[in-house]
Design a protein around this ligand. Structure first.
Ligand code: GDP
Length: 198
């Protein structure tokens, strides 16, 4: 998919005020500082569509962007930053939880995971929440440029083992990306394109 237009539409903290338009919607979420804003800017070829920040936990709103006049890209607040909220429960009792439980247009959620880290409880719990509520998701392993290919593969395998040894029958679809060298861009956009054209 080629990104022709990427347009900011609205930010808010109330799912009832999200755009009414019934077009396919894809959400991006992860721990603060995981590289979400950088990834959004990389896949849309825009330097400043999502605000990257040295200050984790800054984006505390649901941000809708319309891509190619065809689908919504939704930038959701980062979770797990100690100064913003101590536990996922606290955060997800709020509007984000309402977003996931009520947003009918939501086709797929991309859960961003730092490819360098061991599986983190907060991410596993969040994916459990998605699973329990039947919300489809994929995993994006970010900052892949920071690892050698064999290390990256090892970490992904380890993650997969962790998931399938607990709650999950299989690993969800996943991507490895780098905002620095655009790794994974085509794969991710093609995946979205494929769903949009189904
Ligand atoms: P967010 O809080 O999840 O939106 O994270 P940001 O996109 O603001 O990125 C957090 C930090 O990680 C910044 O210092 C980025 O420059 C850095 N970063 C983000 N993505 C990548 C990546 O793919 N590779 C590398 N090497 N650094 C990245």
């Amino acid at each position: 998919m080629k990104i022709k237009t990427a347009e900011f539409i609205i930010s808010n903290s109330d799912v009832a005020k999200c755009p009414k338009e019934r077009i396919a919607e894809y959400a991006f979420i992860g721990r603060s500082n995981v590289g979400k804003s950088s990834l959004i800017n990389m896949i849309t070829d825009r330097n400043k569509l999502a605000k990257t920040s040295g200050r984790p936990g800054k984006t505390q709103l649901i941000n809708h962007f319309k891509i190619n006049n065809e689908w919504f890209l939704v930038d959701l607040p980062g979770y797990g930053y100690a100064k913003v909220s101590k536990s996922i429960k606290k955060t997800f009792q709020s509007f984000i939880k309402q977003y996931f439980l009520n947003r009918e247009q939501l086709i797929c959620t991309f859960v961003l995971i730092d490819s360098r880290l061991e599986p983190q409880k907060i991410d596993l719990e969040f994916m459990e929440f998605l699973g329990e509520n039947g919300i489809p998701f994929c995993i994006i392993f970010t900052k892949a440029d920071k690892l050698k290919l064999n290390e990256l593969n090892k970490n992904i395998q380890f993650y997969s083992k962790k998931m399938t040894s607990t709650l999950w029958e299989e690993m969800p679809p996943y991507f490895a990306t780098s905002a620095t060298n655009s790794t994974g861009k085509e794969e991710l956009l093609n995946y979205i394109d494929q769903i949009n054209n189904q």
